[in-house]
Design a protein around this ligand. Structure first.
Ligand SMILES: CC(C)(COP(=O)(O)OP(=O)(O)OC[C@H]1O[C@@H](n2cnc3c(N)ncnc32)[C@H](O)[C@@H]1OP(=O)(O)O)[C@@H](O)C(=O)NCCC(=O)NCCS
Length: 152
C-alpha cells in the first residue's frame, strides 16, 4: 500500500506542476495551491515526496465537507492510488463525524465518476457549462452516516 502523508505548503510547486499538466485551463496556480495547503479548513494529503504521485484534499465546513480534488499523476494511474486517496479522506471524515461530502466533477470524466460511484457517491445535480470550454459539472453527494458502500 502507498504511504499517504499530509501535504504541506512546501509541496505547492510540485502539485501546481501536476495541476497544469492535468487540468490545463482549469488548473490552480502555485499561489492558489499554496494558499489551499495553508488553510485551517482544508485537509490535503499526498503520496510521494520528491515526485508527487497523487494528492487529494477536503474543504471542511462542518457538518459537511467538499472534496476539492483527487488527482493521480498520469504515469501512476490504474494502480489503485486514486482509490487509496479517496478512501483515506472518507475514513477521516467518518472519524471526525462529518455528515455528508459533496463534489463537482466534469460530466465527461468517466474515470473519476466511476471511482466516486464505487464509493457510494450519488448524482444530485448538474451545473451547465461550469468548466472551461462549456463542459457541464455533475454534483455528487455521499452521506457518511452508514456503511461506506451504501452512501444513501
Ligand atoms: C480519477 C483518477 C484520480 C483515478 O485515479 P487512479 O489511481 O487511476 O484510480 P484507481 O487505479 O485507484 O482506480 C479506482 C477506480 O477508478 C475507476 N477508474 C480509474 N481509471 C479509470 C478509467 N480510465 N476508466 C474508467 N474507470 C476508471 C475504476 O472504477 C477503478 O476501479 P477498478 O480498478 O476496480 O476498475 C485519475 O484518473 C486522475 O487523476 N484523473 C485526472 C484528475 C481528475 O480528473 N480527478 C478527479 C477530479 S474531481
Amino acid at each position: 500500500m502507498a504511504e499517504i502523508r499530509r501535504a504541506v505548503p512546501a509541496d505547492a510547486d510540485a502539485i501546481a506542476a501536476l495541476e497544469a499538466e492535468i487540468y490545463g485551463p482549469d488548473a490552480w496556480s502555485a499561489d492558489t495551491v499554496e494558499a489551499e495547503l495553508d488553510r485551517e479548513d482544508r485537509y490535503y494529503i499526498a503520496i510521494g515526496t520528491d515526485m508527487i504521485e497523487g494528492y487529494a484534499g477536503l474543504f471542511l465546513s462542518r457538518p459537511d465537507a467538499d472534496i476539492q480534488t483527487v488527482t493521480v499523476a498520469p504515469q501512476c494511474r490504474r494502480q489503485g492510488l486514486g482509490r487509496e486517496l479517496l478512501h483515506h479522506l472518507l475514513v477521516r471524515l467518518r472519524e471526525w463525524d462529518y455528515s455528508r461530502v459533496f463534489l463537482e466533477v466534469r460530466s465527461d470524466n468517466t474515470a473519476a465518476i466511476e471511482l466516486y460511484e464505487q464509493h457510494g457517491f450519488r448524482r444530485i445535480g448538474l451545473r451547465r457549462g461550469y468548466y472551461a470550454g462549456g463542459v457541464d459539472a455533475l454534483n455528487l453527494r455521499l452521506r457518511l452516516g452508514g456503511s461506506p458502500r451504501l452512501g444513501e
